[in-house]
Design a protein around this ligand. Sequence first.
Ligand code: RFL
Ligand code: PHB
Length: 394
Amino acid sequence: MRTQVGIIGAGPAGLLLSHLLHLRGIESVVIETRSREEIEATLRAGVLEQGTVDLLNESGVGERMRREGMPHEGIILRFSGQSHRIHLSELTRGRSITVYAQHEVIRDLVKARLDAGGQIRFGVKDVSLLDLDTQLPKLRFHDDEGAVRELACDYIAGCDGFHGVSRPSIPSRMRREYTRVYPFGWFGILLEAPPATEELIYAYHERGFALVSTRSPEIQRLYLQCHPSDETGNWPDVRIWEELHARLAGSDGWRLAEGRIFQKGVIAMRSFVVEPMRYGRLFLAGDAAHIVPPTGAKGLNLAVADVRVLAQALAAFYASGRADLLERYSETALKRVWRAEHFSWWMTSMLHRFHDESPFHHRLQLSQLQYVAGSRAAATMLAENYVGLPFEEA
Ligand code: RFL
Ligand code: PHB
């Protein structure tokens, strides 16, 4: 088998890259270890930056998002029992975010690819990357019937997430990795209830962080800071509600509405970057190259920004033989990656309790929150990072 771009992983990065390449007349094959049903049912991100929304719209896959997605013009910071609104659009000349679940984006992209005759090979196994430093790199894998397949490509895009095979296929002497693991995780739930708030609430409390998000007029998404090795068995519904009410309590009368909890899970928190995001003819994109803690809502958006740059670079190569954009891919992508790494680390540090924290540290966090809530300059810094900085041209 032969294709122009071999793509490993049918997450947001791999699927959107395949779609953007198709729009520019470039052929690709996506290989994915899981089934279509599994990837379309995995619950993850919810917040799309303005630039992500614009790109999905411009590339013709935004129709359902425009109908079902929920635009938000602000977020709430809640601490010391009070809510403080950050008016995102006013601080960023009209930019905003849209709440639309990641698995809905996945469903829209899979449909667009398959409707256009695109190839996505689900249920593959034992993927390996060969000859990356030659002109004809290859992907070898077992297809869903167990047959060994080899796909020869001009280029390979490693979009297989943090635990994929692409990054470890780069010789360790050719890559440098930066990591920070946080001493806490998030306990996430889904519940049946109408929205308790019109905008997302990020709450800092002495008992730990809490986040009130949403999925639809009927389904809500809530998170609370927990121990990194916590288990769902430790969290009966009564304890979840007790903790959420305590962390979100205030003197302003607002109260969280309860509902039937139908999903629980624990999420680890880490920051990670590999440099460079390229080796020979392999390009890494999305979680395969970097991870952010979810507090800044940046992971999916960064994956989108990476493949936007990569699609442009590949398009320039196929249109006119120009390789300079491909040469600069890693440098261009990493600039945005490190900005998002800093923002996500900053939001995480400001909003969580650290177990070794002194009363001094707690006071500093409160002072920082007061400053962000009260200063237009500080709030603008949060807002422009949260809605997403404009894309840089490659
Ligand atoms: P993905 O989504 O992990 O997709 C990788 C795909 O590759 C497949 N795969 C392989 N395929 C072939 N061969 C192999 N050897 C393979 N190994 C793996 C996997 O099965 C999978 O289908 O990576 P991608 O495309 O880079 O996308 C990244 C995003 O999924 C991730 O950054 C976000 O979900 C992060 N995130 C958020 N990002 C946002 O922008 N806004 C948010 O509001 C937001 N909230 C979140 C989040 C992540 C969370 N979790 C669960 C970590 C909230 C949570 C709770
Ligand atoms: C979500 O709705 O899943 C969500 C929202 C905001 C975040 C992270 C996750 O910062």
